[in-house]
Design a protein around this ligand. Structure first.
Ligand code: GLP
Length: 258
């Protein structure tokens, strides 16, 4: 894992947006795996800026989102469809035919999930998967004890996750069921880029990076990935015991590796 510790949340977003922008500039037809949540909001803001100011072109890019609630209409303000529209899709020149959200309706959800996986493969696989992390160490909506080999499927949310996501639902109940890419799906992306900020994530970040590989912390599966970049601010890095080492690695990174 490459662990990059930066001073503040905005620096996390700036660094992550730069990595994604560089990929899209070098490979306009890149396949991007996208995430939702407060941590990635600023990353999208950075990409929208790059689109407006530096003419970063998304017209050839393909996107696959990680997860979505079951039983929520696309236009519901708390849906991930709405989030993506508001923060990214509606603000760049993406071709809607290449935008893929996980299936959440129809009689055959399991079949639709298989087709979603098939679509990822047909697009050539995901070049870069953007990720946040849940306070309980979840990736996408793969809650603790999710199989580390899991594929896109229906999951039941824990009460911790539902409480964390309540803010977008107001007085309404957070749905219990979701569809999420599996850990196995995520691990097949050629590059995994995870961002986290704030002290509420410090424990999850430490367990992901330095704890044992365990389904109790789904994000620890990234330890198995040959190219995982973790960008965190000081607050989210607070419980990493090798913090100084990660800094030293970054400061002494050979030019050919930048
Ligand atoms: C949700 C999403 C995850 C995201 C997590 C953290 O549960 N399904 O993909 O990583 O929230 O969100 P936030 O960045 O808002 O803390």
């Amino acid at each position: 894992m490459e662990v990059i510790v930066v001073p503040a949340a905005q620096d996390v977003a700036t660094a992550a947006a730069r990595i994604i922008a560089r990929l899209v500039a070098e490979k306009p037809g890149a396949v991007l795996g996208l995430a939702t949540g407060a941590s990635v909001e600023r990353v999208y803001a950075g990409l929208v800026l790059a689109h407006r100011n530096d003419a970063l072109d998304f017209s050839q890019a393909t996107t696959f989102n990680l997860d979505e609630y079951v039983g929520l209409s696309r236009s519901h303000p708390a849906s991930f469809h709405a989030f993506m529209e508001e923060h990214f899709l509606g603000r760049v020149n993406i071709d809607r035919r290449r935008v893929h959200m996980p299936p959440t309706d129809g009689d055959d959800l399991a079949g639709s999930c298989e087709r979603f996986e098939h679509d990822i493969r047909s697009a050539g696989g995901i070049d870069l998967q953007l990720l946040g992390i849940g306070r309980d160490g979840h990736l996408g909506f793969n809650e603790p004890t999710s199989s580390l080999a899991s594929r896109t499927r229906i999951k039941t949310l824990t009460s911790v996750t539902r409480a964390a996501n309540q803010v977008r639902f107001g007085a309404e109940e957070v749905p219990l069921h979701v569809v999420t890419m599996g850990i196995g799906t995520i691990l097949e992306a050629r590059h995994c880029l995870l961002v986290a900020d704030g002290s509420a994530k410090a424990d999850a970040v430490a367990r992901m990076v330095e704890g044992p590989l365990t389904a109790m912390v789904p994000a620890s599966a990234l330890q198995m990935h040959p190219r995982a970049t973790i960008i965190v601010d000081e607050a989210a890095a607070a419980r990493l015991s090798l913090r100084d080492y990660y800094r030293e690695v970054q400061e002494n990174k050979p030019g050919w590796q930048r």
